[in-house]
Design a protein around this ligand. Structure first.
Ligand code: FMN
Length: 100
């Protein structure tokens, strides 16, 4: 394959995707699709993710300091699609998709 030079951009390499899970105030779960996830500490083991703009996931993590990271596999693609394109502020996502 011939080498191609690309202009600086953010979508520059394939990345795994994660469903980032949080709990709302009433104890019900919410998930968002996040790709910008990485380790930020070995001891204690900690993950971080980058989030842009106003999102329920970001608000809940800032408030509670905890989240789950669920690696998306092929059989979870329909969930990834839905959770990545629907705001938790507008829908009760888990009820809508019937994942719980
Ligand atoms: C392929 C894909 C990757 C995404 N990666 C991120 C990400 O890394 N960081 C982020 O803040 N949002 C990312 N999003 C957008 C969120 O999933 C989206 O804004 C979601 O509606 C937020 O839901 P929430 O309001 O329930 O938190 C991604 C969306 C898609 C489709």
């Amino acid at each position: 394959m011939q080498k191609r030079s690309l202009a600086p951009q953010r979508g520059f390499f394939p990345q795994p995707s994660y469903l980032i899970g949080t709990y709302k105030e009433d104890g019900s779960p919410n998930f968002a699709l996040i790709t910008w996830v990485t380790f930020c500490s070995v001891n204690p083991p900690m993950l971080m993710f980058a989030s842009r703009g106003k999102k329920l996931t970001r608000e809940l993590v800032e408030k509670n300091g905890i989240f789950s990271a669920n690696l998306v596999s092929t059989d979870m693609m329909y969930m990834a699609d839905y959770f990545g394109n629907t705001s938790g502020y507008k829908k009760n996502k888990c009820d809508e998709i019937g994942c719980m």
